[in-house]
Design a protein around this ligand. Structure first.
Ligand code: ADP
Ligand code: ADP
Length: 230
């Protein structure tokens, strides 16, 4: 079953840079997908389109087979179902403590105090951020910030979780730790899409790989299918 799809999407930035060119894509529910591609390939643009931060210049986006209309209510619903962890964690950590930050999402969804508590506890457990709960996020190391940002998204429990370069800037030890978390948090009702330059991690973690180049998809398939054709 397809959770999200794009049909003939083109995205042009105001300065006329053509970031995505007539791109069509299907993402099946429950999959772990790695998006790989050079800098400038269009990965971040694709992610911003998938949760409605950007609106395509041309083409359509479908979530659970329903076409997105870009009304305010539609966008609000989409963003509750599609959570993004940005490459720079600082852009999404703004509370006075890690605990408040992780709580922000579920609180915003209007969950009860008890549900919020459960969601936060689960997110903290999976990301091993328990010892950081009282700390101000801005003083954490990059690896810790990444884990807190991931915890914040887990607590919201979106159907599609998107992570832009979750291991960028981390040494191999912490990169592995993040990938292990991404394995642990995966289940059949949670689809995970991430971008990475780390082909080894993608190969090991992903069910499916999408190769983006110059705003178009060059290949999509299982790791074995995609890398055999290299
Ligand atoms: P990636 O995430 O794969 O590095 P991006 O989606 O950031 O790729 O960029 C795709 C293309 O769009 C690049 O040519 C980039 O320079 C351009 N681009 C990205 N953001 C902007 C912007 N705000 N304004 C103009 N061009 C942009
Ligand atoms: P973070 O992942 O942000 O460093 P942790 O609480 O997991 O946060 O860090 C535990 C400690 O391990 C840190 O004090 C750090 O100095 C140390 N450390 C740093 N790099 C490595 C590494 N490559 N392997 C093992 N331990 C490391």
């Amino acid at each position: 079953k397809t959770i999200i799809s794009m049909e003939n999407i083109t995205y042009e930035y105001p300065d006329k840079t053509l970031a995505l060119k007539n791109l069509s894509l299907r993402i099946d529910k429950g999959k772990k997908i790695a998006l790989i591609g050079n800098n400038g390939a269009g990965k971040s643009t694709l992610f911003l389109l998938l949760n409605g931060i950007l609106k395509p210049t041309n083409g359509d986006l479908f979530f659970n087979e329903t076409k997105l209309t870009y009304t305010r209510t539609d966008l609000k619903k989409l963003r509750q179902k599609v959570g993004i962890v940005f490459q720079q964690p600082d852009s999404q950590l703004f509370s006075s403590s890690v605990y408040e930050d992780i709580k922000f999402g579920p609180k915003n969804l209007g969950l009860s105090a008890e549900e919020i508590q459960l969601a936060v506890n689960e997110a903290v457990r999976l990301t091993e951020t328990g010892d950081l709960k009282e700390k101000p996020p801005h003083f954490l190391s990059l690896g810790q910030k990444k884990r807190v940002a991931i915890a914040g998204i887990i607590a919201m429990n979106p159907e599609l979780m998107i992570l832009d370069e979750p291991t960028a800037g981390l040494d191999p030890y912490y990169a592995k730790k993040i990938m292990r978390i991404l394995k642990d948090i995966h289940h059949e009702n949670r689809t995970i899409l991430l971008s990475t330059h780390n082909v080894d991690l993608a190969y090991e973690w992903a069910d499916e790989i999408i190769v983006l180049h110059n705003g178009t998809i060059m290949a999509q398939g299982t790791p074995v299918e995609v890398f055999q054709n290299k």
